[in-house]
Design a protein. Structure first.
Length: 260
């Protein structure tokens, strides 16, 4: 995979254009925690292109920011999609913050100067109607907050994805599951694919096909230096990582070759 045919960046003339997305925010640093307000703030402080967050719809209609489907609240495991937000707000994150509402996350995001917000719609056990409601609520809140030009959307849920595309045709929307080829993702209205490292390695032709389709390429969740270098060599647009400063360092030092 190291020859120039499979390494479009190294065979070119410019510095790599790959951007850094902090997975669940920049959480692996002092005073932070996954999907905390601090993780968003710290991603912005280091100049990450994007800070990813995960958004659930609660049965009372509130949107909450968390990754796992279950959370410990006062010693009891609660399923997020089936628990009222009033209960979930009592959950304590690793840095001492409580689980944030999406509204609070957007308020914090308005203060960010550099990073974009990469919003993952978490729709795991809810039905099509609820998935579409999740998408509609998120888009409405984003637009009401006035940050629609600074956010991008990702999801594993096809119903939520299609609703997003319908509600905001100008938005960047990328599919996560990896069961659509780039051409198929383009056909349903996606602006990018956002597939796992393993999925992309199994389908290396998708790097070329995505570029030919005019789709952006993001790959998750990439924490090893060698994997980062491999993807930079493939010319991906974004890498989602739990180690954003490591990726930034690799990008700064990535070798450039003279133009032919």
């Amino acid at each position: 995979m190291s020859n120039s045919q499979n390494n479009p960046v190294q065979s070119g003339c410019t510095a790599p254009t790959t951007q850094v997305i902090a997975h669940r925010g920049y959480w692996d640093t002092h005073g932070s925690a996954q999907n905390s307000l601090a993780s968003l703030e710290k991603a912005d402080e280091i100049g990450a292109y994007g800070s990813e967050c995960d958004v659930y719809l609660c049965p009372d209609g509130e949107l909450m920011v968390f990754h796992d489907p279950h959370v410990n609240v006062n010693g009891t495991m609660r399923e997020i999609e089936r628990t009222p937000s009033t209960v979930l707000r009592q959950a304590v994150l690793a840095n001492g913050e409580t689980m944030p509402t999406f509204a609070a996350y957007l308020d914090k995001f308005k203060q960010c100067k550099q990073t974009k917000l990469i919003i993952e719609l978490k729709a795991q056990k809810i039905d099509k109607r609820e998935s579409e409601t999740l998408a509609a609520k998120i888009v409405e809140m984003v637009k009401r907050t006035g940050v629609e030009k600074r956010v991008e959307y990702i999801t594993f849920n096809r119903d939520a994805m299609l609703k997003l595309i319908k509600l905001d045709p100008e938005a960047k929307v990328a599919y996560l599951t990896g069961d659509l080829s780039p051409a198929e993702a383009k056909a349903v209205g996606c602006t990018g694919i956002d597939y796992s490292l393993d999925k992309m390695k199994q389908n290396e032709h998708w790097f070329r096909e995505a570029r030919e389709a005019g789709l952006e390429i993001n790959v998750w969740t990439v924490n090893k230096a060698d994997d980062m270098r491999y993807l930079i060599g493939q010319g991906v647009d974004y890498i989602t990582t739990d180690a954003p400063e490591l990726l930034q360092k690799i990008l700064r030092n990535y070798p450039m070759q003279p133009k032919h």
